[in-house]
Design a protein around this ligand. Structure first.
Ligand code: GLN
Length: 476
């Protein structure tokens, strides 16, 4: 559906000219949340806080308009893996039952300081592990384009929160595609920055060398604007870049770009023929606009998913060891001693997909198998990293389908985890290399569901990437 408020600048102009109040914006989104409840998008809605924040901004407009914060009127949702001080955060898991954050994630905190209004916490796959949002302890999220279908994952709630017009921008997390893949399935823009561009402080860790907070919106300008405030150095995250944060909305000089695509991806046997045709059509249109589009040999397409799942499950098994029934959340009431407490709390608290990954991760890290699996996967990651960066020395961007198919019917991949993992074939590369990537909504498939296309850029080239997407998309 067309969003009621097309962009933040639209909202701000209307509010400044007194044709709209921030309270009306928040009320509209709250009504939409109510009207779309059956999609199961939100785990918690901050009705009173959001209305109170809106009231304060409306008061500033009438009394002290020069004190308005830069992001006034920006209504955002946050995925249930991003901490918000004094609010619940559960990673959509039973193991974090009744847990409240004692601090806010740096990214969220910065947006709030800049005037963003947080409307609620969105559903997702448990600890961000999944590709269709069916692995949530709170039930699946539905795709607003067709509720029989999944929204993608793991940031399914974030994508649907934008798709169904319940907020303007959503914060998600992307370890292997969890922002871009649901964005493609739901027909919105989904952006993952360079590894280290946005602080991971306050993001529940899944695969720490892959995780990034990402943004979903109806247009690239709102993403650019939000990124300008969310990004940047942070003493709480040693991996965050110290590079200054530009104003990502500032327009760059339009220039013909050099764009690579991989025939091994565009003609991949797993790619839906219509998705392939539309991707090729998009490439042809870019060429017609004067950009250079060239095929490039990339031999690692089929190595990416296996290497990704070996490494991320390894990291996850270590990261999730902190949920032991002692420090946070759920503690089994049936345990007899300490070891039993660990075992029963984790058995009761974690869902089947998380357990599968902990098992796989501890296996690939175990003595005797480490060299054969984890060590090998690291070598594959290095090859993919080096080859991708070498391509990006010659080319500005790499063009890829975002997903091999459109959103599947809920339950379809439930009994076949590897089929679900293969859906990430085109998105994990950006995380393995740490480069920025964006999924752009393309068209609808003849089955009525959205198709996305993806552009990846060089490390720290988010400005070029977002500016280019703004130039080529009708949505600004
Ligand atoms: N689907 C991928 C996985 O399950 C990606 C998840 C993510 O990016 N958080 O690992």
């Amino acid at each position: 559906m067309a969003p009621r408020f097309p962009s933040l600048s639209y909202i701000q102009e209307q509010v400044k000219s007194r044709s709209l109040t921030v309270t009306e914006v928040v009320e509209y989104y709250l009504e939409r949340i109510e009207a779309t409840k059956s999609l199961n998008t939100y785990l918690e809605v901050y009705t009173h806080e959001a209305l109170e924040a809106a009231r304060q901004q409306d008061q500033l407009i009438s009394q002290n308009p020069e004190q308005l914060p830069p992001l006034f009127g920006l209504v955002i949702s946050h995925k249930d893996v991003i901490c918000y001080k004094d609010h619940g955060v559960q990673g959509a898991s039973k193991i974090l039952e009744n847990f409240e954050s004692q601090f806010s994630a740096t990214a969220l905190d910065r947006l709030i300081q800049a005037g963003a209004i947080v409307i609620g916490r969105t559903n997702c796959d448990e600890f961000a592990m999944g590709s269709d949002n069916s692995h949530s302890a709170f039930g699946p999220v539905r795709n607003a384009a067709n509720p029989k279908h999944v929204p993608g994952g793991s940031s399914g709630g974030s994508a649907v929160s934008v798709q169904s017009d319940t907020c303007l921008v959503a914060l998600g997390s992307d370890t292997g595609g969890s922002v871009r893949q649901p964005a493609a399935f739901c027909g919105v823009f989904g952006f993952k920055p360079t590894y280290g561009r946005i602080s991971r402080h306050g993001l529940l860790a899944y695969g720490s060398s892959f995780d990034q907070i990402g943004l979903l919106a109806h247009n690239p300008t709102d993403i650019a604007r939000t990124l300008s405030f969310a990004a940047g150095q942070d003493e709480y995250d040693a991996t965050v870049s110290t590079a200054p944060v530009p104003d990502y909305t500032q327009q760059l000089k339009p220039q013909p770009k050099r764009i690579a695509y991989f025939p091994s991806a565009f003609d991949h046997p797993a790619l839906d023929p219509e998705v392939s045709a539309h991707s090729k059509d998009f490439a042809a249109k870019l060429a017609a606009k004067g950009h250079t589009i060239e095929p490039v040999e990339f031999e690692y397409i089929d190595a990416m998913v296996p290497a990704y799942y070996v490494m991320t499950t390894a990291e996850a098994s270590s990261n999730l060891s902190r949920y032991d029934g002692i420090r946070y959340g759920h503690r089994s009431a049936h345990a007899k001693n300490l070891i039993d407490t660990y075992r029963k709390s984790r058995t009761e608290g974690f869902g089947p997909e998380v357990k599968r990954r902990i098992m796989l991760g501890t296996f690939v890290l175990s003595a005797g198998y480490y060299d054969a699996y984890y060590g090998q996967a690291q070598k594959v990651r290095r090859l993919i990293h080096d080859r991708t960066l070498a391509i990006l020395e010659t080319y500005d961007f790499i063009l890829m389908p975002t997903t091999p198919s459109t959103a599947w019917v809920l339950g379809d991949k439930q009994d076949d985890p590897t089929a679900m993992y293969l859906a990430d074939i085109f998105t994990v590369q950006a995380n393995m290399v740490g480069i920025p990537a964006i999924s752009i909504p393309l068209v609808n498939h003849s089955n009525g569901l959205p198709i996305g296309i993806q552009l990846m850029g060089n490390r720290m080239a988010e400005h070029e990437l977002l500016d280019f997407v703004r130039q080529i998309s009708k949505k600004g």
